[in-house]
Design a protein around this ligand. Structure first.
Ligand SMILES: Nc1ncnc2c1ncn2[C@@H]1O[C@H](COP(=O)(O)OP(=O)(O)OP(=O)(O)O)[C@@H](O)[C@H]1O
Ligand SMILES: O=P(O)(O)OC[C@@]1(O)O[C@H](CO)[C@@H](O)[C@@H]1O
Length: 303
């Protein structure tokens, strides 16, 4: 089974505003509400690809209940822990530029965390665990590595999608996959990277530090995969970007959807990129048929 953990889910409120002006009343042209948060996006894309997963994490209030209902209506199994505060609302403003305002999210108590630990400790070597997204202020920065500790002896394949120190401390437990984007890689090492060679150099350091597989996503420039077989670049298909929110999560979902079926890392990388692009070219997250249409356009080259 594939488990996704979203510590800080959100309702993503996507608003399109033509001629947006700061400091005045703006009226939306169109708006949409989706259940969001990185792990939840992974679960939704997996579902669209015909793969079962269970969404874990913390939800609260009417906003949390909305997310649970939405996911269950889509046929996604959930096992959320209910907390006291309200689940956050994240605003995704589509005007001339894309602007995001992400909420802080409710406080999580030690008791809440212990319930999550208990669920995680039951996972087995057949399971994948996706730990993705922002960590609320009330939680310690090393919460993902503490979650890893709970299932390390059970040989669970752990995927971590977070940034900075919270990511670095997970590496000692050899996560199966990490996926920083280029900007996050630059932030980790405090270095501006201008060439592919530089990006590969630093991505390799993350593998040396413990990650089994490293994907560096580079939006319209595609992605790099650093794994035990070597280094690969994947190009992206051509298309019109409609909403890139969740493109990175879709890359992860497409990768796991493929890898969990055939254990072929190159195929999984290709499927991941096609899924990321299919989401960037859609309003909501990608559907299986969108991904299949783009797959042949993704070219994987060994470097
Ligand atoms: N402009 C684009 N054109 C084609 N594909 C894109 C574009 N932007 C993103 N993608 C696809 O999505 C993947 C992930 O994108 P990106 O590097 O932006 O991830 P991210 O920063 O984690 O995204 P997010 O935080 O929005 O989910 C890329 O590798 C690519 O496959
Ligand atoms: O605040 P975080 O957890 O870093 O990011 C949350 C978020 O921006 O990530 C997803 C897209 O990747 C959205 O669904 C969600 O709103």
């Amino acid at each position: 089974m594939i488990y996704t953990v979203t510590l800080n889910p959100s309702i993503d409120y996507v608003v399109k505003v033509e001629d947006f002006r700061l400091g005045t009343v703006n009226r939306v042209n169109t708006d949409y509400k989706y259940p969001g948060g990185k792990g939840i996006n992974v679960s939704r894309v997996l579902k669209n690809m015909g793969i079962k997963s269970k969404a874990l994490g913390f939800i609260g209030g009417f906003t949390g209940a909305y997310i649970k209902k939405y996911l269950e209506a889509e046929g996604i199994e959930t096992d959320f822990i209910t907390v006291k505060g309200d689940t956050r609302i994240n605003i995704k403003l589509k005007a001339d530029e894309e602007t995001e305002i992400n909420g802080a999210g409710p406080d999580i108590t030690e008791e809440n965390i212990n319930v999550l630990f208990e669920k995680i400790s039951k996972l087995t070597s057949n399971d994948y665990l996706v730990l993705a997204g922002n960590i609320q202020k009330s939680l310690s920065r090393d919460i993902y590595s503490k979650i890893q500790e709970k299932c390390i002896s059970n040989d669970v394949k752990v995927v971590v999608d977070t940034t900075g120190e919270s990511l670095i401390v997970t590496l000692k437990y050899h996560p199966f996959l990490i996926k920083p984007n280029k900007e996050e890689l630059e932030e980790i090492f405090g270095v501006e990277m201008n060439t592919q060679e530089e990006i590969i150099l630093y991505a390799k350091k993350l593998r040396d530090m413990g990650a089994q597989n490293v994907i560096i996503s580079m939006a319209g420039e595609g992605a790099l995969l650093i794994c035990k077989n070597g280094v690969y670049h994947g190009s992206v298909p051509k298309g019109v970007v409609k909403n890139s929110v969740g493109a990175g999560d879709s890359l992860i979902a497409g990768f796991i959807a493929s890898y969990s079926q055939n254990l072929d890392i190159e195929k999984a990388f290709k499927m991941g990129i096609a899924s990321g692009s299919a989401t960037a070219f859609s309003l909501d997250l990608c559907k299986r048929e969108d991904v299949e249409k783009l797959l042949d356009q993704v070219k994987i080259n060994k470097i």
